[in-house]
Design a protein around this ligand. Structure first.
Ligand code: DX5
Ligand code: ZN
Length: 230
């Protein structure tokens, strides 16, 4: 991916005015939509009917993150209603390869997410089946948690594997991303950054998006320079 993506999570938006909250992030690359079923995670949000209607009024594409059991059954529904990218959890899918192919055949980008304690190695052979790999940097379920630095080595290994396989898969991080942490994630190889509380908790979400973007690109620029200048 040539450019760094900032995808604000509407989990931290004002739920009474979601349409306007989507307008407030029109400078973002996509809106991150967290779907939770109170089984895979101990929290509950919205389902396909609400997501479909929000998608109709959104100025930006939808990056759907499914924190649900029975992903094989429900994920294709989000592709069908036009969500640009649909990410299921590796821990929740019975047949991840079949599911990724189904999502792609419906015109969506296929994403797969890993909880912080799930290793990436068992999934490296299926990278070609994916458009996006999400390395969770907090335990999924809630916004506003602290970034887990212990996920950085996994992020680095995932980034190396992606580069080794042609570099076509986007590497997303989600959880605890702020101006303080985004640089570490970018240096480790992430190129798509989900940010909930640091965007919607800010007075000016557009300024927060711009701030995250500039810290991330500076971090990548710095690490590139370091590689060439001892
Ligand atoms: C957590 C969700 C995240 C959440 C991130 O389970 O997947 O997308 O909204 O929120 P922050 O950025 O506040 O950690
Ligand atoms: Zn998420």
């Amino acid at each position: 991916m040539s450019h760094l993506h900032i995808n604000p999570s509407i989990l931290s938006a004002d739920f009474s005015r979601l349409g306007e909250e989507l307008q407030a992030i029109e400078t973002a690359d996509a809106a991150h939509i967290d779907v939770m079923d109170n089984h895979f995670v101990p929290n509950l949000t919205w389902g396909p009917a609400v997501v479909e209607r929000l998608h109709e009024v959104s100025p930006v594409p939808f990056d759907v993150h499914l924190m649900i059991e029975d992903a094989d059954r429900w994920a294709p529904r989000y592709a069908e209603i036009g969500c640009e990218s649909v990410t299921f959890h590796a821990e929740a899918a019975i047949a991840p390869i079949k599911l990724a192919r189904e999502l792609r055949s419906q015109g969506a980008r296929a994403g797969m997410a890993l909880r912080p304690a799930t290793p990436v190695e068992p999934y490296l052979e299926m990278l070609d089946e994916l458009d996006l790999l999400l390395v969770m940097t907090v335990e999924p379920g809630f916004g506003g948690q602290k970034f887990l630095d212990l996920t950085l080595p996994k992020l680095r290994r995932a980034s190396e594997a992606i580069r080794g396989s042609g570099g076509r898969v986007a590497l997303q991080v989600d959880g605890g991303i702020s101006e303080e942490t985004i640089g570490r994630a970018a240096e480790a190889g992430a190129d798509v950054f989900v940010a909930g509380s640091s965007v919607y908790g800010a007075e000016d979400p557009a300024a927060a998006i711009a701030g995250l973007r500039s810290v991330a690109s500076r971090a990548v620029g710095d690490s590139t320079r370091n590689a060439f200048m001892p």
